[in-house]
Design a protein around this ligand. Structure first.
Ligand code: FAD
Length: 334
């Protein structure tokens, strides 16, 4: 096992901040994880797992071990006339897996095209886009318990998926290394075109490939490419508020819109709130709020993530003061 010391995290986070980790280890299989737990010199160190680093903001050096996930492999293990089941190594790149599904005519995850990051991180916050959440295509999540030094299997129900949340972000946070995800995909089309930017597509002429291309085109037109401009996508979750607060805001701002969540709650756009507070496009020295999307904080060359964290707190404060709504970070702040 190769243990790197005092290693830069620059190439392991999409914000492009340059903090260091006390130790850094590349994980290629379950044995690598178990070797760390059995190694008395390092087993008690704090541990942080990184896939693509596209949902993390480092604000200081990490005083522990960063485990960089490189567990690979795509294995179709079941097929009938309607579905396929595929076991995927958690270190596989998410979008490359979507591309594999599209090429093989496996339906389900095409709306999640071009989301950065690894397969293993996808269940953690139940990634979603364009009317689809990954929870609907997950059969099992296979984890390695870092305390008990053994493998466990979580089926879809026991993952307790919610909007941008799961058991792996709640009471099992930091306890497990997700090593594999088993997906169930359809062999027959069931396109989800409910999202407003997809509504004009011609249902009869669409194909998996053309839908994926369309989604990539839309995403490229409004989100910055982290390889060019440091960012972690949406910094905050969309808040879910009560109908009565929604009505109060609507009486002043006619242009607010939302999606009903249950009987009495409404999910509204965090980007809309941030824009109304005047943050969209703001540049503060080497950081800022993206000009095309107020939910995306961007790094123009700042070495430390601390200033980005401070900016996120300023934004939350102004949203709280203006609308009495508390924004919750989607990005993991370390
Ligand atoms: C431009 C851009 C657009 C984005 N758009 C979307 C979007 O549309 N929808 C969406 O849902 N998200 C979006 N995201 C966020 C991000 O891509 C997803 O959250 C993605 O799943 C993160 O994957 P990752 O491998 O980079 O995770 P990382 O950033 O490496 O890790 C995220 C968290 O998961 C933990 N973790 C990672 N891998 C494992 C593992 N194997 N086992 C246990 N814990 C693990 C980490 O410790 C950390 O807490 C976007 C990000 C960017 C930069």
């Amino acid at each position: 096992m190769n243990i790197l010391q005092d290693s830069s995290l620059l190439n392991f986070n999409s914000f492009g901040v340059n903090h260091k980790s006390k130790y850094l280890i590349i994980i290629e299989n379950r044995d690598d994880i178990s070797n760390i737990i059995n190694n008395k010199d390092i087993r008690n160190e704090k541990k942080l797992i990184i896939g693509g680093g596209s949902n993390i903001l480092f604000t200081k050096d990490f005083d522990g071990i960063v485990l960089v996930n490189k567990i690979m492999g795509i294995d179709k293990f079941y097929e009938d006339e309607n579905i396929v089941k595929i076991k995927v190594g958690s270190g596989e790149n998410w979008d490359e897996f979507v591309s594999y599904c599209v090429e093989n005519s496996y339906y389900g995850v095409e709306n999640l095209s071009l989301i950065p990051g690894s397969v293993g991180a996808a269940p953690i916050q139940n990634i979603g886009a364009y009317g689809v959440e990954i929870k609907d295509f997950i059969d099992n999540v296979i984890v390695y318990d870092l305390e008990e030094n053994k493998e466990k299997i979580y089926n879809r129900k026991s993952c307790c998926f919610e909007y941008r949340n799961s058991i792996f972000k709640k009471n099992k946070k930091n306890k497990y290394f997700i090593t594999h995800v088993d997906f169930i995909l359809n062999k027959k089309p069931n396109y989800i075109l409910s999202y407003k930017e997809l509504k004009n597509l011609d249902k009869d002429r669409i194909s998996l490939k053309s839908l994926r291309d369309e989604i990539i085109k839309i995403r490229n037109s409004k989100l910055p490419n982290p390889k060019i401009l440091g960012n972690a996508g949406s910094f905050f979750k969309n808040p879910i508020i009560t109908q009565s607060l929604y009505n109060d805001i609507k009486s002043e701002y006619r242009d607010i819109s939302g999606y009903m969540m249950g009987e009495n709650n409404i999910k509204i756009s965090a980007a809309w709130l941030i824009e109304k507070c005047g943050w969209k496009g703001k540049v503060l020295e080497k950081i800022g709020v993206y000009k095309k999307h107020a939910l995306v904080l961007v790094n123009y060359g700042e070495e430390s993530g601390n200033k980005i964290k401070n900016l996120s707190e300023e934004i939350s404060k102004s949203v709280k003061e203006k609308f009495n709504i508390k924004l919750e970070a989607e990005v993991k702040i370390v």
